[in-house]
Design a protein around this ligand. Structure first.
Ligand code: FES
Ligand SMILES: [Fe+2]
Length: 407
């Protein structure tokens, strides 16, 4: 018999993926809920849906549901979607493609009709107007941070600098003036970390994403060892961008700071393609003011709950929302300029196709990880971002375990 290595303890010199329980243990998920999800920034809505007073959105992550609403003073508030009386959920989540979630004057609980102002203060405790002790009640508040035309909330008491920096990357796209053309939510039967790990590497792209590989030249250039062609495309694209007066944001490949991670890179599409469409031609007008983005893409992520992919005429936001240990919702939001004309199917073709291929990969990875024969495997060089993400998660876990010991 050949000496294939099936020993769990061998090859310790390699950095390996996470152990099974990181993806399967309900207790780990519970700890993530309490000490991770609660503090990390979550993208609640593109700002363009919250322009008017009374516009709101509802976002669900794990067991938390958060209302984000612009109040009568024009301030955006984030508060728990949980009534202070008996805890009933107050507003239902609906898909806000158009700003139909508007015109809210107050939040009325459907159970016993307590009424809250849009900043969360209880204004009517039905039947108990004389009880002044109710007056101090307010929906539990979270921090709101708006950057680059996106509204985030989080449970930290100070702002994330990393979010502020997002404006330097995506601000030129003027997303606050954009239009949401489509949004779709996909349910993935897998742990959220498997999803993020998949999204952070494109080494799997050539064998699994034929459409994406066609649209993005670098996938096959790297696959065929033709880095020279990529460098040529990159040089030409950047030169063209400069002549159009747009400087691609600086690549920050993987920064871990303030308890969240952040990366941003830009790259050419190659092959004379102008945007990520089926035939490579533009589908609409420039989004915001970055004409120089034509022929290239900006890709980045912040959190780990938001990733973005920007092209000259559209942006796709990938919102990752863990729901339980082995269930994750992923919402894709496509934004374009207001006068974008192409049919929605054309706009969504690439990422709607690609994401479904990823869902299959990630769900089948979860099934393999569930097996008693799963052992953490070594990372290949092209998986450096995935490796950095797992290191970030392990750091959080160690810190969390140490704090529990101290207590
Ligand atoms: S639970 Fe909301 S008013 Fe009773
Ligand atoms: Fe993929």
């Amino acid at each position: 018999m050949e000496n294939f290595n099936t020993d769990v303890y061998a090859e310790t010199e390699f950095v390996k993926s996470l152990p099974r329980h990181a993806y399967t243990d309900d207790n780990i998920f519970k700890k993530e809920r309490h000490t991770l999800f609660r503090y990390l920034p979550v993208m609640a809505s593109p700002s363009c849906l919250l322009q008017e007073k009374g516009n709101y959105s509802v976002t669900d992550i794990a067991s938390e549901s958060i209302i984000v609403v612009r109040d009568k003073e024009g301030v955006i508030n984030a508060m728990a979607n949980t009534c202070r009386h008996r805890g009933k959920r107050l507003l239902e989540k609906t898909c806000d493609l158009e700003p139909q979630q508007r015109g809210l004057n107050s939040v009325v609980c459907p159970y016993h009709a307590w009424r809250y102002d849009l900043d969360g203060k209880l204004i009517v405790a039905r039947g108990d107007q004389s009880n002044h002790s109710f007056r101090h009640l307010c929906l539990r508040k979270l921090q709101v941070q708006e950057s680059a035309g996106l509204v985030f909330y989080h449970g930290r008491n100070k702002e994330y600098l990393q979010l502020q920096k997002l404006d330097a990357v995506l601000g030129v796209l003027k997303l606050e003036e954009a239009k949401i053309r489509e949004r779709k939510t996909y349910t993935v039967k897998a742990n959220w970390k498997l999803w993020v790990e998949n999204f952070l590497e494109c080494w799997h792209c050539a064998p699994n994403h034929p459409e994406l590989s066609e649209v993005k030249g670098f996938i096959n250039q790297f696959e065929n060892g033709r880095d020279d062609l990529y460098l040529e495309d990159d040089f030409n694209w950047r030169s063209q961008a400069y002549t159009k007066g747009w400087v691609p944001p600086q690549d920050r490949d993987f920064e871990m700071d303030e308890d969240l991670f952040n990366f941003n890179v830009s790259m050419p599409l190659g092959g004379g393609r102008k945007t990520a469409s089926k035939i490579g031609e533009r589908m609409g007008a420039t989004l915001g003011g970055a004409d120089g983005l034509e022929g290239g893409a900006i890709f980045g992520g912040i959190g780990p709950f938001l990733f973005y992919m920007a092209y000259v005429d559209y942006v796709v936001l990938f919102c990752i929302r863990p729901q339980s240990t082995m269930q994750t919702e992923v919402e894709l939001i496509w934004l374009t300029s207001k006068d974008f004309q192409a049919p929605v199917e054309e706009l969504t073709w690439l990422w709607n196709t690609t994401i479904q291929q990823d869902i299959t990969l990630v769900e089948e990875t979860q099934q393999g990880v569930n097996s008693l024969y799963y052992t953490p495997g070594p990372f290949q060089a092209d998986e450096y971002r995935t490796q950095a993400f797992t290191a970030w998660w392990q750091q959080w876990k160690q810190r969390n375990d140490q704090e529990r010991v101290k207590k």
